[in-house]
Design a protein around this ligand. Structure first.
Ligand code: GTP
Ligand code: MG
Length: 333
């Protein structure tokens, strides 16, 4: 499942209703005073975060949003109805900016957090407001103030509880498919994943953890090399990182070399990434190494360097249950 991480939408708040020109009419009172009511206010455009959404995919088919106009004022001093607001739901982690000026209008991080983006126009005043000593029967009422329109850019930053990082071909997508129901494209060449994939790992009947698989990272990613840098923003707000390394591909005398190179890239991209909890997943332990070293031997070397890792084969499923248990205990919110 690929997802949209950016969308541009067009929003328009409701016009204010126009004020009314009307005069009081009753039997035996041929010339009553002005009693035209005010127009109703136009609806606002409100954007609200909802936990039910995890992507911006809905906005690929729906880009225009308009709030209802205010109703016109009526006789006997009746105010027009206020136009209904339009509420647009987005996933938590959506940043809203003005597409034309770049100004950030809002950053919705938690469920139900909402922001009013454009207000509806106020209604016009009815003719009763314009009566004066000289003109007691004004035939004039105000029009409503028109709604405001804006082009907005929505950018989704928070995609997942857990982010998978690693070199191309390390087995991140395979790991996503063994931890979740997601079925991303997997192949034996670097840069198979071109856009991030998301999957949900169930914890209990109600709760699940969202896992994001991003394209492989390479040295220089923080300066734009490869593909992964474009997607680093997706891991900025993940709670937990799984750093996937390929056991069949690492150097026995320096098993963490590539790990440190990528960690350095993460740090260059945003030092705050270093504050996230993380663990190393030693993947592809089903493969034979030419030097005959087994997963236990590599794990010992990693321990000797002061780190720990969880050994798995994303392909055969070995170690996956342990990894799931570990994530439930350490990566759930
Ligand atoms: N033997 C073995 N092969 C694996 C394992 N995990 C992944 N692979 C293979 O490694 C290759 C790359 O796997 P992917 O899951 O596409 O790797 P990736 O890290 O997502 O790669 P990019 O998207 O290019 O960054 C595929 O041929 C997988 O079948 C494993 O545990 N054991
Ligand atoms: Mg992949």
């Amino acid at each position: 499942m690929g997802f949209l991480d950016e969308a541009v939408i067009h929003v328009v708040s409701g016009n204010g209703g126009k004020g009314c020109v009307s005069f009081f009419r009753a039997r035996f009172i041929p010339k009553g005073g002005p009693d035209g009511g005010d127009g109703g206010k136009g609806g606002d455009i409100i954007i609200r975060a909802s936990n039910k959404l995890i992507t911006l995919a809905d906005f690929s088919s729906r880009r225009h949003f308009k709030a209802r106009n205010g109703g016109p004022g009526m006789g006997t001093n009746q105010k027009g109805k206020n136009g209904e607001d339009t509420i647009i739901e987005v996933p938590p982690g959506t940043i809203i900016s003005d597409h034309d000026t770049g100004e950030i209008l809002g950053d919705l991080t938690s469920n139900e957090q909402a922001i009013t983006i454009v207000y509806g126009g106020i209604g016009g005043k009815g003719n009763r407001h314009f009566a004066t000593a000289i003109n007691r029967s004004p035939r004039y009422a105000q029009g409503g103030i028109p709604g405001e329109s804006k082009r907005l850019k929505l950018t989704l930053k928070h995609l997942a509880d857990i982010g998978l990082v690693g070199l191309p071909n390390a087995g991140k997508s395979t790991l996503l498919s063994s931890l979740t129901m997601a079925r991303p494209k997997i192949d034996n060449y670097p840069f198979t994943t071109l856009i991030p994939n998301l999957g949900m790992m169930e914890i209990t009947g109600e709760k699940s953890l969202t896992i994001a698989d991003i394209p492989g990272l390479i040295e220089g990613a923080s300066e734009g090399k490869g593909l992964g840098h474009r997607f680093l923003k997706h891991i900025e707000r993940t709670r937990f990182l799984l750093h996937v390394i390929d056991m069949s591909d690492l150097k026995a005398d320096n098993p963490l070399k590539d790990y440190y190179i990528l960690e350095d890239e993460l740090n260059r991209y945003d030092p705050l990434l270093m504050e996230k909890k993380r663990t190393i997943v030693l993947n592809k332990i089903d493969l034979e190494r030419p030097d005959g070293l087994k997963a236990e031997d590599i794990l010992l070397k990693i321990n000797a360097a002061g780190l720990s890792a969880i050994a798995v084969s994303a392909l055969t499923g070995e170690g996956i249950e342990e990894l799931k248990r570990f994530l439930k205990e350490n990566a759930a919110g």
